[in-house]
Design a protein around this ligand. Structure first.
Ligand code: NAI
Length: 308
C-alpha cells in the first residue's frame, strides 16, 4: 500500500505522521515544491519510527512525481491555508491552479489512484478534480465532514460533560462556516438522543461552535489547524487501504442523491477498497433538507468561479 501526500506543510506532515503511526501502509511519499522541505519532514518523521514502533517508510521529494508512481491513494494538501478573518472560499484563486496541476501530475504516474482532496475551498477543489481528471467518481473524495464531525463530537461532549467516546454525531453539507450542517437532531449519547440531555438553546450553541470550529482555531493559531485535519485524513486513507467499509461524511459527486446534481458536497458515504462504495441516504427533516439545498447553492456559486 503506497500513499502519496502532496504538500508537506502542517496538514500534510500531520497526515503522514498519523498514517505511519497506524502502521498499515508500506510507503508514504511526501511531495512539496519547497526545496528540501518534504525531504526534511520525511527524515524527521522517519527518526520517530523506532520511538513510535512503525515500519512505514516515509520518503520526501521536491516535486519529483516519478517517486509517486504506482500510488494506491494520494492526498492533496498543497496550497495556501487561511489566515484569521479569511473564509475558505477566498483561497480559490491560488489553490485551484495548484490542485489542477497536482492532480494531473499524480494521475500521469498513478492512473488507478484514489484521490483525497483536502485543499480549500475543499468541495469546489473536489469538484475541480472531478471535472479535470476523468477519474471515476468513486475515486475522488473530499475530506471535510470527517473533521467537522470530530469537532461536533468534541463540542457535544463538552456540553454533555461526558467523555467524547460516549457521543456520536455527524456533520453534512458544505465544508464552510455557513454551509456545514451539524445534525443535532440525530446526535446521541450511547444511543440516547442528545436532545434528551440538552435544551434546544444549548444544542444550538453546540451547532454554532461546531460551524466556526476551524475559524476559532485559525484565530488562536494564526493559521488553520493540522492535528485533527491530519487525523481525519488518515482515517479516510485507512478505511480505503484496509477495505474497512467505514462510514464518514465526505464530499462526493452527487448525481440525483439528496435531490442534488453536478456538485461535490458532504454526505455520508461508505469507504472501502473501491473508494466511495456507497452514498448513504439519511432521512432528513424538512428544515435539514432546506439547509442542505442552501449550502449546495453556496458551493455551486463558488464552483462558478472555476475556469473549467
Ligand atoms: P501549509 O502552508 O502548512 O502547507 C501547504 C504546503 O503546500 C506548503 O508546504 C507548500 O510549499 C505546498 N505547496 C504549494 N504549492 C504546491 C505545489 N504546486 N505542489 C506541491 N506542494 C505545494 O498549509 P496547511 O495548513 O497544511 O493547509 C493546506 C491546505 O489544506 C490549505 O488549503 C488549507 O486551507 C486546507 N485545509 C483543509 C482542511 C479540510 O478539512 N479540508 C483542514 C485544514 C486545512
Amino acid at each position: 500500500m503506497k500513499v502519496t501526500v502532496v504538500g508537506a506543510g502542517a496538514v500534510g506532515a500531520s497526515c503522514a505522521e498519523y498514517i505511519a503511526m497506524k502502521n498499515f501502509a508500506s510507503d508514504v511519499i511526501l511531495l512539496d515544491i519547497k526545496e528540501g522541505f518534504a525531504e526534511g519532514k520525511a527524515m524527521d518523521l522517519m527518526q520517530t519510527a523506532s520511538l513510535n514502533a512503525f515500519d512505514t517508510r516515509i520518503t520526501g521529494t521536491t516535486g519529483d512525481y516519478s517517486k509517486t508512481a504506482g500510488s494506491d491513494i494520494a492526498v492533496i494538501t498543497s496550497g495556501i491555508p487561511r489566515k484569521p478573518g479569511m473564509t475558505r472560499e477566498e483561497l480559490i484563486g491560488i489553490n485551484a491552479g495548484i490542485v489542477k496541476d497536482v492532480s494531473s501530475n499524480l494521475i500521469k504516474h498513478s492512473p488507478d489512484v484514489t484521490i483525497i482532496v483536502v485543499s480549500n475551498p475543499m468541495d469546489t477543489m473536489t469538484y475541480l478534480v472531478h471535472k479535470t481528471t476523468g477519474l471515476p467518481k468513486n475515486k475522488i473524495i473530499g475530506m471535510g465532514g470527517a473533521l467537522d464531525s470530530a469537532r461536533f463530537k468534541y463540542r457535544l461532549a463538552e456540553a454533555l460533560e461526558c467523555p467524547i467516546s460516549d457521543v456520536d454525531g455527524m456533520v453534512i453539507g458544505g465544508h464552510s462556516d455557513t454551509g456545514m450542517i451539524p445534525l443535532t437532531r440525530l446526535a446521541t449519547r450511547n444511543s440516547v438522543l442528545a436532545s434528551e440531555f440538552l435544551a434546544e438553546d444549548r444544542l444550538n450553541q453546540v451547532m454554532e461552535d461546531t460551524k466556526v470550529g476551524g475559524a476559532t482555531l485559525t484565530k488562536l493559531l494564526g493559521t488553520s489547524a493540522w492535528y485533527a485535519p491530519g487525523a481525519a485524513v488518515s482515517g479516510l486513507v485507512q478505511a480505503i487501504a484496509c477495505d474497512q467499509k467505514k462510514m464518514f461524511p465526505c464530499s462526493a459527486l452527487l448525481e440525483g442523491e439528496y435531490d442534488l446534481d453536478d456538485i461535490c458536497i458532504g454526505v455520508p458515504v461508505i469507504l472501502g477498497k473501491d473508494g466511495i462504495e456507497k452514498i448513504v441516504p439519511v432521512d432528513l427533516s424538512d428544515a435539514e433538507k432546506a439547509k442542505l439545498q442552501e449550502s449546495a447553492a453556496a458551493v455551486k456559486k463558488t464552483n462558478g468561479l472555476l475556469e473549467l
